[in-house]
Write a protein that binds this ligand. Structure first.
Ligand SMILES: *Cc1c(COP(=O)(O)O)cnc(C)c1O
Length: 364
């Protein structure tokens, strides 16, 4: 088998070491005689796994004590509804920043529960940049502000955190970090709530992680289903019902791997180096093009086009023959997209860049 580098946007590549450990522990976790998949979520063994997952996650992101970390099912998409249900707090409006398809989905869902004020949008520029905060049109009556810190499809990342602090007024900042959480250190205290589906940069599909400030919990809108109430999950340590146990276990292995790498500062350095390799190539030739404004370029998802789109098919086919897979761009944007999550080794990016240089030379 040729060595494969998987550039999928999600579900995505996992660290080889993690998969090897999972393989070794598949039939017998730590002498328990069982696979983690077979364990009761309330048993001693799994409880110890869950506790370690939470403490490692808190340690890596330096999550303060007054924040809860929840391990939920339903993906990031469930959060599109859970956020307004739990954070409107009797208000009728919420601010949203529209920077692409994931923002739009969050907005469409929020509209079922409140009036959405689009405080800023990059739609007229085909979602190729992150609107500066100075140009935002915030609603003074908004219950919270929601933005997508990394647009997985468009490849636009906020390389800064919005500042909503106003004297005597605390507007919770809410972020969908599905595709860039754990890619760099983060000041969690700036946020009211952060959520992420696991299958991009954390672990396997089936798990979503929510970080939420405790004082925002407990006043869901009337009629909120039990499972959509954050406080229920918080009060029950994410064990009100069965959490996605195996996905949590794999996530735990990934977190240990990140800690071994030296934590998020080291991870960020690595991610800057990886993204730099590809962007340098894209900017050094007319053959390839990246549509995203330079300051807002994502380190995680890098979309690019070929000057001659007729070569797209040949590019993908030849890339695959070199073991470089899942490079096709999202169907809505076309072209290519390379996702360089934490688990993508720098050797994978080097292999991609080498292939791209050779392909350009052959087809110039
Ligand atoms: C993938 C993704 C989602 C949707 O995640 P699901 O777990 O499939 O619901 C939401 N937001 C962003 C930014 C994503 O990348």
């Amino acid at each position: 088998m040729t060595h494969i580098y998987n550039f999928s946007a999600g579900p995505a590549v996992l660290p080889k070491e993690v998969l090897q450990q999972a393989r070794d522990e598949m039939l017998d976790w730590h002498g328990s005689g069982m696979s983690v998949m077979e364990m009761s979520h309330r048993g001693k063994a799994f409880m110890s796994i869950a506790a370690k997952v939470e403490s490692d996650f808190r340690e890596l992101l330096a999550v303060p004590q007054n924040y809860k970390v929840l391990f939920l099912q339903g993906g990031a998409s469930s959060q599109f509804a859970m956020v307004p249900m739990n954070l409107l707090h009797g208000k009728k409006k919420a601010d949203y920043i529209n920077t692409g398809q994931w923002s739009q989905k969050a907005i469409a869902e929020a509209k079922k529960y409140c009036t959405v004020n689009i405080a800023a949008s990059s739609e007229t520029e085909k979602f190729t940049y992150a609107p500066k905060q100075a140009a935002w049109n915030l609603d003074p009556d908004a219950a919270y502000l929601h933005y997508t810190s990394n647009e997985t499809i468009g490849g636009v990342e906020f390389n800064w955190i919005p500042d909503l602090s106003r004297p005597g007024k605390d507007i919770p900042l809410v972020a969908d970090m599905s595709s860039n959480i754990l890619s760099r250190p983060l000041d969690v205290t700036r946020f009211g709530l952060i959520y992420a589906g696991a299958q991009k940069n954390i672990g396997p599909a089936g798990l979503a992680i929510v970080i939420v400030r405790e004082n925002l919990l407990g006043v869901p809108i009337p009629g909120t289903p039990t499972l959509f109430d954050y406080k229920v999950h918080a009060d029950n340590h994410s064990m009100y019902n069965t959490p996605p146990t195996y996905a949590m276990y794999i996530t735990g292995l990934v977190l240990e791997w990140l800690k071994k790498m030296g934590g998020l500062a080291a991870v960020e350095k690595n991610n800057i180096a990886k993204a730099g390799l590809l962007y340098d190539l894209l900017d050094s030739t007319e053959f390839y093009h990246c549509p995203v404004a330079k300051p807002d370029r994502s380190r995680m998802n890098i979309p690019f086009t070929l000057k001659n789109a007729e070569l797209d098919g040949a590019f993908l086919k030849q890339a695959e023959a070199h073991g470089l897979i899942e490079l096709k761009g999202h169907r809505s944007v076309g072209g290519m997209r390379a996702s360089l999550y934490n688990a993508m080794p720098i050797a994978g990016v080097s292999a991609l860049v080498t292939f791209m240089k050779e392909f350009a030379a052959r087809n110039a």
